[in-house]
Design a protein around this ligand. Sequence first.
Ligand code: HEC
Ligand code: HEC
Ligand code: HEC
Ligand code: HEC
Length: 482
Amino acid sequence: MCTLLLACGNVALSAAHAAPAAAQVCASCHGPLGQGAGMYPRIAGQPQTYIREQLLLMRSGTRVNELMQPLVKTLSDKDIDALAAYFSGIHPPFEAAKNTASSGEIALGRQLVTMGDWGRNAPACVRCHGPELSGMPSGIPALAGQSGQYLLARLQAFRHMRSDPLPVTIMSRASRNLSDAEFRAVSAYIETLKPGERAEMIRPAPDKSYKFQAQSPENFTPPPTSAIPSGPDGEMIWRGLLVFDNTQQYARSYVGNALNCSNCHVDQGRQAGSAPMWAAYVEYPKYRSKNKKVNTIEERIQGCFRFSMNGKPPAADSPDMKALVTYFHWLASGLPVGITPKGAGYPKLAKPVKPADIQRGAGVYAANCALCHGGDGNGYSSGGTQVFPPLWGARSFNWGAGMQGISTAAEFIKANMPFGAGETLTNQQAWDVAAFVVSHERPQDPRFTGSVQETREKYHAKNSYYGRVVNGKLLGAPPDKK
Ligand code: HEC
Ligand code: HEC
Ligand code: HEC
Ligand code: HEC
């Protein structure tokens, strides 16, 4: 640990970042610039809201910390605000990594950090902590820069936190099924990250021992990414996976908003109950009442580009479309065609006891969703990447998308949200919060006829707020007709 300010490198401390008096006592454990070491966490550069929240929780005794308790008890709200502002604004260099993990362990850690293991309800860490694991402004902590020792201890502690405040519950559920060996691997990998380095997903070496075989449509599991073969087929499958998972980067020209396909078809289109792509692949071609014709899988994909992604769909024979279809075909390996496998679509949800209510939904949203999607529904970005997707407004899905239907949104939310803690809302909460989300303004329906009323009658059932007046505003109206 560097003990002298000078020895800690070039850390510019502006006048606004002069240390408050209360910060002096922190140095003995967290280091002179809050850089941490060993069991003492790095607090420098953590989101301000996170530092503040942790100090408040320690002061009230909700987060038990015997070492800090006596000290924190003497801090006023003002002290806490000043400490949070100070430490969040300084960025001393990371301590050198101390781990002695093997390259195999690091590779396993990288895979879990960047891809997760959804079969055990463990989404990739980057999905919540950001692509550089530098945390999210809404109060999700940075992991990069922490020692492997501290990370491991915290991961183990989260296993036992089951009924704590929401952020803690989310973290606990999202990681508790991983083993200690996996915790060690993840911690060792994170320790290797340099400031600003992205935890990038890499294609695993092909596992030739994976056996493709027929599976029951009642209990289907798509092949793991490590089963992607080498050769031209494998190249195409991998490309499809990238386009699906990071549409913003790999198929930008077809996209008109800030979303990726995997935002609504989670775990790269694998997750049952999240309209998985293996199920879609074996169901199409099929008739859709939405456009009153038999749709090929390509046409169905084009539909999601046009409405959910608010974009211009790629042609059916374009390289990106071929890559997507090749990826879906591979995901469906071992599944019979022409049936609706279990896990297809979003799970049907019983009608709510009380009619869905926007006001009640606003309360559910503030308590369960704003942490990630923001009070303004715009989500959050980090390192130039949209991490938490926008739910409404100009950067979200448009008025023609399936997700703007109240029942579709309720089904998706009940099964998949809050992220990492699906199936925890009551049915009533899911309906109410869905109504709240889809009663906000968003991009125009591309089928707009020039009249909101006519467009509503032609394309929108009772299930949509399009063309209805909410809070005195006609939803879907062009800006000059509000
Ligand atoms: C006697 C040693 C000690 C002192 C002094 C101390 N801390 Fe801590 N602090 C710790 C330890 C140990 C932890 C980690 C405990 C745990 O794992 O829950 C911690 C955790 C924290 C955390 C939570 C970090 C995270 O990533 O979750 C914050 C924030 C924090 N300290 C801020 C401060 C501030 C601000 C001061 C000065 C007012 C301070 N600490 C003084 C030992 C200390
Ligand atoms: C579904 C979202 C989500 C996922 C996925 C997730 N986390 Fe978290 N994590 C959180 C939240 C929220 C918190 C803050 C909890 C709190 O307020 O105490 C957190 C806190 C942590 C902390 C405590 C940090 C500190 O400074 O004390 C560690 C360590 C951590 N996560 C590691 C991981 C790792 C490793 C993974 C991947 C295996 C992971 N998380 C995946 C949401 C997530
Ligand atoms: C811990 C963070 C977190 C919380 C809390 C959370 N979400 Fe999400 N949400 C996400 C992430 C991440 C995605 C994208 C999933 C992916 O890409 O794997 C998402 C996707 C969505 C989507 C589909 C994509 C879009 O932009 O429309 C909707 C709708 C949604 N969330 C609604 C909600 C609602 C409603 C709640 C509260 C009940 C909620 N979420 C709570 C992180 C969160
Ligand atoms: C805003 C959310 C959202 C986004 C983003 C999104 N979709 Fe969809 N997608 C849906 C909804 C909703 C359905 C209908 C699911 C249902 O009701 O069963 C759907 C259905 C599908 C289906 C048919 C599934 C079935 O079981 O019939 C395919 C194929 C599909 N989407 C592909 C894509 C592709 C490819 C992308 C990215 C280019 C994408 N989606 C982006 C929401 C989304």
